[in-house]
Design a protein around this ligand. Structure first.
Ligand code: NAD
Length: 342
């Protein structure tokens, strides 16, 4: 009996110690909306590795419930404010990384009302609850699409005039404005991060192919078939080789940027808008050649018409993110991105 009591006491003290350890080591609960999505999974991992407890809120509309997790997962819709209120009450978030959104440009052109309803209403619920529950800082997933048609291969600065050309980009622009109001009226600082072309695979997560509609995953798929045929949409743009030029940034670097930007707003208590890209530009042909080199396979080019809505060139100037929150796109070398799919 005495021995049993002793074992019980030791076990209890170990449980208490570990619970206490968790409280001491976690830097706080962070709400990650869309935490089961492509960028969300890597962001939850990066938060956990940096001492936070990520709480993913996701309605599974564009993802599955992951098997590899870094914190609690709450299945639900951010448009359901009553439910979301309970989540805020339960976790007392110190910060928010808001990723949940409808994300496809052509779909937004076909269904603009759906995009306004989902992306704006969802964000309004998050912001109203952030003010009610005294959240200390927010990171918002914006996009390079807010710059519109740049017509220059020069890297774009955050101060460049914005000109969203699709309902998707417009909802992100409205989101940026709402965050500015929340800063002015409620003093909650936010980091508005304008992501460029997010790609690459985070091997630590369940997502093994990224978004298959994007260029590099589509090339990866094309190189699995024989003969290899690569479709190029638009070869008459006013760029060096006539194809579209983009800035590709690895999802692991985006996740790291989310954490660094969150820490910036939480400690500096001031808002920031920053580009998140690699700062390097590659044409569609250069990317296809990089995949071909890695796969050690030749390919046949299928030259097709331009797709409506594709802009010729967009490349990030990333000086601000590097200097203000000491972020580096350490994994965004093109070879490294291509390699990550294999
Ligand atoms: N992937 C890119 O290249 C890129 C570029 C620029 C900006 N962004 C932005 O980054 C964010 C994340 O993008 P992603 O590529 O990870 O997309 P994703 O679709 O993989 O992730 C979004 C997640 O949000 C969830 N979601 C959507 N609506 C929801 C709702 N109403 N309630 C709860 N959950 C909801 C989806 O199920 C999904 O898991 C988006 O806001 C997107 O606009 C992405």
């Amino acid at each position: 009996m005495k021995l049993l009591k002793f074992i019980f006491a030791v076990t209890l003290s170990m449980v208490c110690l570990s619970a206490e350890k968790n409280i001491v080591t976690s830097k706080g609960n962070i709400l990650v909306t869309g935490g089961n999505g492509y960028i969300g999974l890597s962001t939850c991992r990066a938060l956990k590795e940096n001492g936070y407890t990520p709480v993913s809120v996701d309605n599974s509309s564009n993802s599955i419930i992951p098997t590899i997790t870094w914190g609690p997962i709450e299945k639900g819709d951010i448009l359901n404010k009553k439910w979301l209120h309970k989540i805020f009450k339960k976790y007392k978030f110190s910060g928010i990384i808001h990723l949940a959104a409808k994300i496809y440009v052509p779909e937004s052109v076909d269904q603009p009302l759906l995009y306004y309803r989902e992306n704006i209403d969802g964000l309004l619920n998050i912001l109203e609850l952030a003010t009610e529950f005294n959240v200390k800082g927010i990171v918002f997933a914006s996009t390079s699409a807010v710059y519109g048609n740049l017509e220059s291969e020069d890297p774009v600065l955050e101060s460049h005039p914005t000109q969203p050309l699709s309902p998707y980009a417009e909802t992100k622009m409205i989101g940026e404005k709402l965050l500015k109001f929340v800063w002015e009226h409620h003093k909650i600082p936010s980091a508005i991060l304008r992501y460029f072309n997010v790609c690459g695979i985070d091997k630590a997560t369940d997502n093994k192919d990224g978004h298959s509609v994007h260029l590099i995953p589509s090339l990866y798929k094309a190189f699995q078939k024989t003969p290899v045929e690569v479709k190029i949409f638009g070869t008459d743009y006013s760029t060096s080789d006539g194809t579209c030029i983009r800035d590709y940034v690895h999802v692991n670097d985006v996740a790291q940027a989310n954490v660094k930007a969150l820490e910036y707003v939480l400690t500096k208590k001031e808002p920031i808008t920053a580009n998140i890209g690699s700062g390097n530009s590659y044409s569609v042909i250069q990317v296809a050649q990089a995949v071909s080199r890695y796969a050690k396979l030749d390919y046949k080019e299928i030259r097709l018409q331009r797709r409506p809505g594709d802009i010729p060139v967009v490349v990030a100037d990333i000086t601000k993110a590097k200097e203000t929150f000491k972020w580096e796109p350490a994994n965004s070398d093109l070879e490294n991105i291509v390699k990550s799919y294999y």
